[in-house]
Design a protein around this ligand. Structure first.
Ligand SMILES: C[S@@+](CC[C@H](N)C(=O)[O-])C[C@H]1O[C@@H](n2cnc3c(N)ncnc32)[C@H](O)[C@@H]1O
Length: 250
């Protein structure tokens, strides 16, 4: 079986051009997330894509190419690392890879300095898929979650990067604390790492939206489904991993 999102433009980008845009998210995660964007379109869940921590746009472009006509993609980044030329490289990649100028919005700012009003002004409607990949401290991640949940479509997805990463072990603690304050939200799925750079993501959605996505992910990617699931205490989430296997005990 070929591993793909099912959106030809996205799959072409991930296969042929992904490495031409510097970045950190894995092809594996981008393919699964693009599948979710396609599923949302099929279900009639309309809205924009937005990302905190866009860098040169590697993951951003994959998601933006999957949007429906009229939907836009917002990239929020300080756009100052590793140099001031990064915002021009971001826009250059978007144009080169087929994203029309009026479909891409960039905000050059630290996410902590933005309000939901800034997001609303940039996009003018709900976000159906948020990707959080900015400042990797628990305090910033909590602030980012508090910001993005305000514009999230009721059936939308929050996708968090670098979860369970050896370099950022406290991020998941912040996620647990945030979920305790948001009992309406659930971990939908854990998308495993490819390596130490392209690390794991989690997808979060409202508890009443889990059934829209969970079984579909299992059906779409059976060769990558780790059947034991992810134990979050009161419920299990889907685990998708490049190489599902169990330890061999002899
Ligand atoms: C790991 S990189 C993002 C990689 C990108 N999402 C990808 O998949 O290729 C992290 C980015 O977050 C940005 N960043 C760091 N702190 C931020 C903040 N407070 N607000 C917005 N962006 C931030 C950095 O400038 C950097 O471009």
């Amino acid at each position: 079986m070929t591993f793909r999102s099912g959106n030809p433009a996205v799959d072409r980008y991930i296969t042929e051009d992904y490495e031409s845009v510097r970045g950190m998210s894995s092809r594996f995660a981008a393919t699964i997330c693009a599948h979710v964007i396609r599923r949302q379109t099929d279900l009639g869940i309309a809205g924009h894509f937005a990302e905190i921590g866009t860098f040169e746009g590697r993951f951003f472009i994959a998601m933006a190419l999957g949007l429906a006509p009229g939907e836009r993609a917002l990239g929020i980044d300080t756009f100052d690392w590793p140099d001031a030329g990064i915002v021009d490289r971001f826009h250059g990649h978007c144009a080169r890879l087929g994203l029309a100028e009026d479909r891409v919005v960039a905000i050059k700012a630290a996410a902590r300095d933005l309000t939901d009003g800034d997001v609303a002004q940039a996009l003018g409607g709900p976000v159906r898929f948020w990707h959080i990949d900015g400042d990797h401290t628990p305090k910033s991640l909590t602030a980012d979650l508090d910001l993005v949940v305000q514009s999230l479509h009721p059936q939308g997805i929050l996708c968090l990067d670098d979860m369970l990463h050896p370099g950022y072990p406290l991020l998941i603690v912040a996620v647990h604390a945030w979920l305790a304050r948001h009992p309406e939200m659930r971990i939908l799925a854990v998308i495993d790492r490819e390596d130490i750079v392209a690390a794991a993501k989690v997808m979060i959605c409202r508890a009443d939206a889990v059934d829209l996505y969970g079984q579909d992910l299992v059906d779409a990617f059976p060769a990558h489904h780790w059947k034991l699931g992810s134990d979050w205490g009161d419920y299990f989430a889907v685990v998708l991993t490049p190489n599902p296997r169990l330890a061999v005990v002899e």
